[in-house]
Design a protein around this ligand. Sequence first.
Ligand SMILES: NC(=O)c1ccc[n+]([C@@H]2O[C@H](COP(=O)([O-])OP(=O)(O)OC[C@H]3O[C@@H](n4cnc5c(N)ncnc54)[C@H](OP(=O)(O)O)[C@@H]3O)[C@@H](O)[C@H]2O)c1
Length: 290
Amino acid sequence: MRQRTIGGVQVSAIGLGGMPMSIEGRPDHQRSVATIHAALDAGVTLIDTADAYHLHADEVGHNESLIAEALASWGGDASSVVVATKGGHLRPGDGRWTRDGRPEYLKQAAEASLKRLGVPAIGLYQFHRPDPSVPYAESVGALADLLDAGKIRMAGISNANPAQIREAQEVLGGRLASVQNQYSPAFVSSRPELDLCTELGVAFLPWSPLGGISRASDLGARFAAFRQVADAHGVSPQQVTLGWMLATSPVVVPIPGSSRPETIRDSVRAADLDLSADELATLDAAVSRR
Ligand SMILES: NC(=O)c1ccc[n+]([C@@H]2O[C@H](COP(=O)([O-])OP(=O)(O)OC[C@H]3O[C@@H](n4cnc5c(N)ncnc54)[C@H](OP(=O)(O)O)[C@@H]3O)[C@@H](O)[C@H]2O)c1
């Protein structure tokens, strides 16, 4: 599979998003492990998770533990796999997503993630979502301290606007490795952040790249241009979407979510899908017309 880099570390051009395996509608344990193993077998070396990917209040870190277990039980060499987790978002168990961006909380959350992942240092630790009650520089400052302490290898942010990206880069002394924002054919309003990441050489990880768990399957029905290009190549519209994203900028590393081996196997093939300049122009035009 083609490769990309995050903070100078090489990863597969397509990562695996772990969220569908731990929140509402999640599959059974066996199928989740099979999905993660299928990703690894296909060459995926980036897995995105978060301590908040769980359902009930008493199972914080459900997805991190699942990934740690699947990596340990996989037959191959997992030493080059980067597990990217996040802190600062919480799920009290009633369906809500709350926030806590206090530096002391983030440091404690990172320690807990480190234990669940069973690694000496977290591959990529991302501040999940800005907390309006805490100055952004203070939250990101916790990531700088975690880097300095060797608890995390790379630091990233998520759901950030251009001003926050620049602020994070400054607070981290130029060590901002990644930005993870929503980006898909149905949601292109993060384009300014993507362009800024390209300018700064910071990895951009589009979340919900296929439109999200409940809408990913009808992508081809909603976006005729993507379906037509897919038909011409004999591939899925989801694969074309990921290929189109990769062609947008060398800093893009999509993390499609999956809860079945078949879907992640299909998605990783996007890394090697070559779309022509005409096809890319057609897809860009279809998205910008919306
Ligand atoms: N930072 C944030 O605030 C934030 C927010 C949301 C998500 N995320 C991250 O981003 C990741 C991706 O987002 P997402 O999971 O919400 O949405 P998504 O990637 O847009 O869609 C996920 C769904 O797409 C389906 N799918 C995947 N590949 C497919 C293919 N090739 N063909 C057909 N269907 C396919 C999967 O179906 P099956 O379940 O049937 O396999 C899955 O349920 C998450 O898993 C999470 O790691 C981050």
